[in-house]
Design a protein around this ligand. Sequence first.
Ligand code: F6R
Length: 240
Amino acid sequence: MKLIVCENYEEMSKAGADIIAALLKSKPKCVLGLATGSTPVGMYQELARMNKAGEITFKDVTSYNLDEYYPLAPDHDQSYRYFMNHNLFDNVDIDKSKTHVPDGLAADPDAMGKAYDEAIEAAGGIDLQVLGLGPNGHIAFNEPEAELYAGTHKTSLTESTINANARFFASKADVPTHAVTMGIGSIMKARKIIVLANGKVKHPVIEKMLAGRITTMCPGTLLLAHADVTLIVDKAAYEG
Ligand code: F6R
């Protein structure tokens, strides 16, 4: 695992954007795996700036997002589809019909998950996957558990994740208790992965990832088994 320690959030965002920009230049028709949450917002802003400046284009890009709350409609202002439109897709020249987010209203989440993974494969697989880290070590919504799913699936959120995400909702009671999420296998199939983490609250997870041991009880550590992972952290996440 490659580690990049940045001075602050802005530098971390720029480092992530530079890696994506390099891919867009070398492979304009690439497949991106994208994450929501507060962490990548600055990186998405930087990508939008680069796009407006004519440095990069998303016009041939296909994207697959990691996860979506369940049940939640795509036009709900806390849905991850809404988040992606607002924070990236509406601000760059991407063809929205090539952007995908797991269906948070799927009547049959198992069938939806299987179709989602098959669609990623059919698109040629993910070239570059962006990940954030939950304070409890989750990646996408693969929460710490003795056993984890390989494929895209429906899952329940832990109390810790519901608490962490309550800041975006009117009240904790409004946070959905479930999500549909790419599984560990779906994520590990990406050819390259970048993980962004900032702030003191992420330090315990970063410490575990740097300790070099793997456990499903901290899903972020599973990334140590991938051949091409770059962990981009700010000083607060690195030093605690
Ligand atoms: C988001 C996702 C989550 C977040 C994680 C960190 O699509 O899959 O795993 O990356 O919860 O969230 P933030 O960035 O808000 O700290």
